[in-house]
Design a protein around this ligand. Structure first.
Ligand SMILES: C[S@@+](CC[C@H](N)C(=O)[O-])C[C@H]1O[C@@H](n2cnc3c(N)ncnc32)[C@H](O)[C@@H]1O
Length: 201
């Protein structure tokens, strides 16, 4: 990813014209890659949709019956786009939209599931300190028995010791990327499952 992906100005310029786009894979494919994990949570579980961008992931969560979804992005235009996508799909807006920086989330708001398709990768363009700040910030907002699921292009996105001291990190699945030709090589994205380590604030 070019370095600009960590800059809010990059996303502001991009979302001025982009109204719908899915990074890495469709929301349906991402949720399928999570397997039965989501079904272990009640339908009113608090879900934090991180770096929502112009994705329709919130619509897919709502279709599955999850009603307590908060979409955050640090670029206000993303939240306008998200609301429009929800209105287009359902005729109304029921999920929440909040301008927030994932590296400094308000710890008063707590969630059982944090779900991220591509945000940690964008933040990682700002360096490892930004990834650690994100992990610390999300950890403070997660219930002790909550989960952070993240789709990333990187096989080592959460290899940092500082992140692993906060979370138990597993690769839940590898999601094949769509191929333009059947003869293209297999390329995967990594679906991470991060569980808070107990006893760590
Ligand atoms: C690669 S895009 C992914 C968008 C969407 N999740 C998807 O799957 O298509 C990264 C998103 O993260 C947002 N983002 C980047 N850094 C952020 C931060 N520190 N706090 C909140 N959102 C951030 C960007 O504005 C952008 O919407």
């Amino acid at each position: 990813m070019p370095a600009d992906y960590e800059k809010q100005s990059y996303w502001h310029d991009r979302f001025a014209s982009e109204t719908a786009f899915e990074w890495y894979t469709s929301s349906a494919a991402f949720l399928n890659a999570l397997g039965p994990l989501l079904d272990k949570f009640p339908r009113d579980a608090g879900i934090l949709h991180l770096g929502s961008g112009t994705s329709d992931l919130h619509n897919h969560l709502r279709e599955r019956g999850f009603v307590n979804v908060t979409n955050i992005d640090y670029e206000p235009l993303a939240l306008q786009r998200g609301q429009q996508l929800e209105r287009n799909r359902f005729g109304d807006v029921r999920t929440r939209y909040l301008v927030a920086d994932a590296t400094q989330l308000d710890p008063k708001d707590t969630y059982q599931i944090a779900i991220d398709k591509g945000m940690a990768d964008a933040i990682a363009c700002g360096g490892t300190e930004a990834v650690v700040a994100t992990a610390e910030s999300i950890r403070r907002c997660l219930d002790p028995d909550g989960v952070w699921v993240c789709l990333s292009y990187s096989a080592s996105r959460f290899g940092l010791k500082a992140v692993q001291s906060l979370f138990d990190v597993q690769v839940l699945s590898r999601v094949p990327t769509p191929k333009s030709k059947p003869t293209n090589p297999d390329i995967f994205h990594f679906c991470y499952l991060l569980r808070p380590r107990q006893g760590v604030a």
